[in-house]
Write a protein that binds this ligand. Structure first.
Ligand SMILES: [Zn+2]
Length: 133
């Protein structure tokens, strides 16, 4: 089984300020492949000036997109990406005896199912191959 997570849809503010996103239904994650930080897009208050969030970062101090201090990609805006996890699926079935007319008593019985991916950790050992965790 394979899970694909493209994060939430981009907000109107993110679209209006030129934030990169995968498509209208998903913004994508802003993960840096070098420093591993989850990057940010500057808030509108920081982008009101004519450069619209693309100002060059200071050589020292905090990076505009929050790369690590020694990251070679400092000053580079985030590239949206999806995360994927794959593993064998496990199904737990619970058998319950129900009365023959259970489908007519829909106010008392409900079908349900629950599906979730395993915990996903982004660690140095698997950061270049997330599906190997
Ligand atoms: Zn970085």
């Amino acid at each position: 089984m394979r899970w694909l997570n493209e994060w939430q849809p981009p907000t109107k503010i993110q679209k209006d300020t030129g934030a990169p996103y995968l498509h209208d239904g998903a913004r994508g994650f802003y993960l840096c492949a070098d420093c591993g930080h989850s990057l940010t897009w500057p808030e509108p208050s920081a982008t009101k000036k004519k450069d619209k969030g693309r100002k060059k970062p200071a050589k020292e101090g905090r990076d505009l997109y929050e790369h690590a201090p020694k990251c070679p990609r400092r000053g580079q805006q985030p590239v949206p990406c999806a995360i994927v996890a794959a593993s064998k699926a496990v199904t737990l079935r619970i058998f319950v005896d129900l009365p023959l007319d259970w489908e007519q008593a829909s106010d008392r019985y409900h079908r349900w199912g629950y599906s979730r991916p395993p915990p996903f950790q982004w660690t140095p050992s698997n950061r270049n191959n997330p599906s190997s965790s």
